[in-house]
Design a protein around this ligand. Structure first.
Ligand SMILES: NC(=O)C1=CN([C@@H]2O[C@H](COP(=O)(O)OP(=O)(O)OC[C@H]3O[C@@H](n4cnc5c(N)ncnc54)[C@H](O)[C@@H]3O)[C@@H](O)[C@H]2O)C=CC1
Ligand SMILES: O=C([O-])CC(=O)C(=O)O
Length: 341
């Protein structure tokens, strides 16, 4: 169970780092749902600079949304920006989207777990997913809203109920875990972090975040098991590190916008037919007994083209996986039960 072919796991970071293609062969409509928020605004700023994006629709319930759209629309890049405020404008925002990125919902405050966000965020993701089912059933859906381990199953169940579910088109965004792992390893190894590739598998909360440091490229310059454990825990708790540092002002927004823009850029590169686009993402999966699982995936013309394995895990990583699976199963069930209600 722990040894599976992992061809391009390490490519995940390097591919993603090549963010913006200059040879646009298709025009894509990208929607940011939650576009006025801490993640949404810088994410929209980065997407406005992606030449593959020709239409950028910003949706949020916040009154400032049309203003955010007006502001971004003055940038001299090709994407035409539209602003959509409130549920009555959701359909127009989503209509004919190629990609819908969802950072809508509340963030953590110190002392909260991501699961504590469930009660508020579950219905937000459900309602946006319903609109996707009605207005852009073929769109790739990239979910940032926490708890990702549960919100991805919610969106999947909603799409299923509407008869338009395609598991290859629904992704939970775990790119920030990959970005953080590369950053921290870059610091330890004393190298440019964009040259570092570390697959991160499992899910997106605490012990479900499993960095595969034994597969790090270039190899991690740490051999002391205690230091490897400490680095693993830092990656698992990096979100909490930011929540504490922001002292009640929210959670990671700027690094998440960077990571979300990278994942979206990779999705678009896949859609336009580029080959070997690999990112880690939380997707429907049969790699383990968890029915959704983050691993390297190949992105192609219709979303996830192939779920790649996670290669050979060392003893320590096997233990991490063992600990993560029951937690993941619980989170998935919570999401599915909510959506089936
Ligand atoms: N997947 C990941 O790695 C990460 C996920 N997150 C999650 O992203 C989410 C957003 O975080 P922030 O941007 O910091 O929060 P924020 O509070 O700054 O922004 C959230 C935005 O969502 C909007 N919103 C609320 N209900 C909505 C609805 N029904 N429809 C549309 N928009 C709605 C709000 O008006 C607000 O503009 C949180 O759930 C957070 O936990 C944050 C960091 C990393
Ligand atoms: O920690 C949080 O609540 C936000 C998040 O998911 C992250 O930064 O990884």
């Amino acid at each position: 169970m722990f040894s599976r072919a992992l061809k391009p796991a390490a490519l995940a970071v390097q591919n993603g780092a090549k963010n913006f293609s200059t040879t646009s062969q298709r025009n894509f409509k990208v929607v940011v749902a939650g576009a006025a928020g801490g993640i949404g605004q810088p994410l929209a700023l980065l997407l406005k600079q992606n030449p593959l994006v020709t239409r950028l629709a910003l949706y949020d319930i916040a009154p400032v949304t049309p203003g955010v759209a007006a502001d971004l629309s003055h940038m001299n890049t090709p994407a035409k920006v539209s602003g959509h405020k409130g549920p009555e404008e959701l359909s127009a925002a989503i209509k004919d989207a190629d990609v819908v990125v969802i950072p809508a919902g509340v963030p953590r405050k110190p002392g909260m777990t991501r699961d504590d966000l469930f009660n508020t965020n579950a219905s937000i993701v459900r309602d946006i997913a319903l609109s996707i089912a009605q207005n852009a059933p073929k769109a790739i859906v990239a979910i940032i809203t926490n708890p990702v381990n549960s919100t991805v199953p919610i969106a999947s169940e909603v799409l299923k109920k509407a008869g338009v579910y395609d598991p290859n088109r629904v992704l939970g965004v775990t790119t920030l875990d990959v970005v953080r792992a590369a950053t921290f390893v870059g610091e330890i190894n004393g190298v440019d972090p964009t040259s570092v590739a570390v697959p991160v598998i499992g899910g997106h909360s605490g012990i479900t975040i499993i960095p595969i440091l034994s597969q790090c490229q270039p190899a991690l310059k740490l051999s002391d098991p205690a230091k490897i454990k400490a680095l693993t825990e830092r990656i698992q708790e990096a979100g909490t590190e930011v929540v504490k540092a922001k002292a009640g002002g929210g959670s990671a927004t700027l690094s998440m916008a960077y990571a979300g823009a990278r994942l979206t850029a990779s999705v678009l590169r896949g859609l336009k037919g580029e080959s070997n686009v690999v990112e880690c993402a939380y997707v429907k999966s049969s790699l383990t007994e968890a029915t959704y699982f983050a691993s390297p995936v190949v992105l192609g013309k219709s979303g996830v083209e192939k779920v790649l394995g996670y290669g050979t895990l060392n003893e320590f990583e096997q233990q991490l996986l063992k600990a993560a699976l029951p937690e993941l199963a619980k989170n998935i069930k919570t999401g599915e039960d909510f959506a089936k209600k």
